[in-house]
Design a protein around this ligand. Structure first.
Ligand code: N01
Length: 554
């Protein structure tokens, strides 16, 4: 709620001529806060701060709101946390008025939801679209941030990076890509007009979540589809379905209770997580429990036993169950064998599928195993792998993202004494709570590395960060504090704690994007906080309650 007694900032003011090095002319504008990104994090951050009377400007590289759901328009893109949970909870009226049409909303509906929120709270007037921030630097003498884009320059006392965890697409440097005469696309930068693959020969490279969602749909259009798989992934069925009026009314009546339950779980998702250990139950019992969860569908599967992510033997029981399902769903034993992962289930992000494995029973789909012989090169008319040429009209790179740090490091961010974030993070991301970085005063990251973020339902995690940051800014304003900076000691302790918790799990047993392994040269650091949503929220509350313990306030 707006705090009426706090005077409204005078709003954007001219701060004189632009500083040197800017890419375009025009006066520098000054705000209390600038936010980078107009996805779900940036939208709520704007709304929250504006209602508290701060002058705020959002810069967004895309042409509209939506973030992830603005860019990831590939066929089949949809959330894999149920829509009624993958939604904002900060406004009860918003919850009640929005009707989700499916158990897992598809990208167009998620984008429509983001647009609805932007309109409902009149957010667009403070967002500048098609504006990619290239540099952000802290000016020590003035105690403010200077942000630059090709369109101009702005200053603000506080800078909030709401840039998303999976927003920097990864296109590996395939030899010869420039010579390819067909079309090529990255799932994370899909054309807005859509792509029609009817009658085409298509290659999909990658078998992560984006591929698992898009392959069944591309296969139905294409004349021939080649799937280039380096590592198979585990997928559990979504059992997606339309929601009818009864489903919606039930969900709406349950919203407050459901949100409360969700806040008590590790992932911030309202699931019943078992507190049993897998090996303390009999094999037939386990089979029944896995089957029950498989039939229900979705990520809930991994909640079957509390030790699945810490005990390899326990994990093996779940992995073998899914491999059995793959063998049952795929007609050709050799294809089933290749599709069945051998690594720890849940080490890489578990995929949620609709007809993925059955797609490989189609006559027009070929699985190409590139685990031993990598894609050698791309040529004018196709790809070469394992000494075989595959002629294609289109290539889809479902090759993922430079996760968690990529988007931030693609901006030249400089803190005190000109320290660059790239330098600071050369051995991996260092952050206090995934919210603030020592050496970078008045800079906050929403769902940054070191926070639960990608291991949780993103929406509640975003909301918790937004509210924590807004409270911190309010605290500073009430006490005339101009500078908030994480201390190196608090940051070091947090980084150590995050690594120590991850080290107790099976998360280091595979090469996942959580660890940065998918990006050449990226330090191998488990980036998100794995201690669970409730513990994390509690710690954030304590820190704020203790007068922002671990922060220097001036
Ligand atoms: O990316 P990924 P993604 N040659 O990194 C392969 C979220 N998300 O976009 O495993 C051949 O998972 C790579 O192979 P390997 C979700 O959190 C959510 O699919 O490195 N192959 C892998 O198979 C997800 O986890 C949804 O051996 C190459 C694939 O490309 C995250 O985003 C939907 C290669 C990349 O998989 C990322 O998912 C979509 C090469 N040179 C995404 N380089 C929802 O459902 C890479 N690969 C909400």
């Amino acid at each position: 709620m707006p705090e009426q007694h706090i005077p409204q900032s005078a709003g954007p003011q001219s701060a004189g001529p632009q500083s040197a090095g800017l890419e375009s002319a025009g006066p520098t504008r000054a705000f209390d806060v600038v936010i980078v990104g107009a996805g779900f994090a940036g939208l709520y951050m704007l709304h929250r701060l504006r209602s508290l009377g701060f002058s705020v400007r959002v810069f967004e590289a895309g042409g509209d709101v939506g973030g992830t759901w603005y860019w990831n328009r590939y066929p089949g893109a949809r959330c894999d946390v149920e829509s009624v949970q993958y939604s904002y909870q900060f406004d009860a009226a918003l919850e009640q008025e929005w009707d989700w049409s499916e158990r897992y909303a598809a990208q167009p509906e998620l984008l429509a939801y983001a647009r609805h929120v932007a309109e409902r709270f009149d957010l667009r007037r403070d967002i500048e679209f098609n504006t990619r921030i290239s540099r952000a630097r802290f000016e020590e003498a003035r105690g403010h941030w200077v942000l630059e884009s090709a369109r101009g320059c702005s200053t603000a006392n506080f800078c909030i990076m709401a840039t998303g965890c999976l927003s920097a697409p990864n296109l590996p440097p395939f030899k010869g890509l420039d010579s390819f005469t067909g079309e090529h696309y990255h799932t994370g930068e899909w054309p807005h007009a859509g792509v029609d693959f009817t009658g085409k020969r298509v290659a999909v490279i990658g078998t992560g979540s984006s591929a698992v969602q898009s392959i069944p749909i591309i296969a139905r259009q294409a004349k021939q589809l080649y799937v280039f798989q380096r590592t198979p992934n585990y997928a559990v069925p979504a059992h997606n379905r339309p929601l009818d009026a009864q489903d919606r009314n039930k969900a709406k009546a349950d919203y407050p209770a459901m949100r409360r339950r969700a806040k008590q779980t590790m992932t911030g998702i309202d699931f019943d997580y078992s507190d049993q250990k897998a090996l303390e139950t009999s094999a037939p019992e386990r089979q029944r429990e896995f089957e029950r969860r498989w039939t229900h569908g979705g990520l809930w599967f991994l909640g079957a036993y509390q030790d699945l992510m810490v005990d390899q033997q326990a994990n093996d029981t779940a992995a073998e169950f899914v491999r059995g399902k793959i063998r049952a769903r795929v007609d050709k034993p050799e294809v089933a064998r290749l599709l069945a992962p051998q690594n720890t289930i849940g080490c890489k992000r578990l995929c949620v599928d609709i007809d993925y494995y059955e797609t490989f029973n189609r006559e027009n789909v070929t699985l190409v195993d590139v685990s031993r012989a990598p894609i050698e090169a791309i040529a004018a008319r196709g790809l070469r792998a394992g000494g075989v040429d595959y002629e294609v009209d289109a290539i889809v790179f479902a090759t993922g993202f430079d996760a968690m740090t990529g988007t931030l490091l693609r901006i030249d961010i400089r803190g005190r004494n000109g320290l660059s974030l790239a330098e600071k993070w050369q051995d991996g991301p260092r952050s206090y709570l995934g919210l603030a970085i020592a050496g970078f005063p008045n800079l906050f990251t929403v769902t940054g590395p070191g926070s639960p973020s990608v291991l949780t339902n993103m929406l509640p995690s975003i909301e918790q960060h937004v509210e924590w940051i807004a409270d911190a800014l309010l605290y500073a304003r009430r006490r005339a504090i101009g500078r908030i900076e994480a201390s190196s000691e608090a940051e070091d302790a947090w980084v150590e704690h995050v690594a120590e918790l991850a080290g107790r799990t099976l998360r280091y047993t595979c090469g996942s994007w959580y660890l940065g392994v998918n990006i050449a040269g990226k330090p191998r650091v488990f980036m998100p906080y794995i201690g669970g949503f409730p513990k994390y929220v509690e710690r954030c509350k304590e820190i704020a309650g203790n007068g922002y313990e671990g922060f220097h306030l001036q």
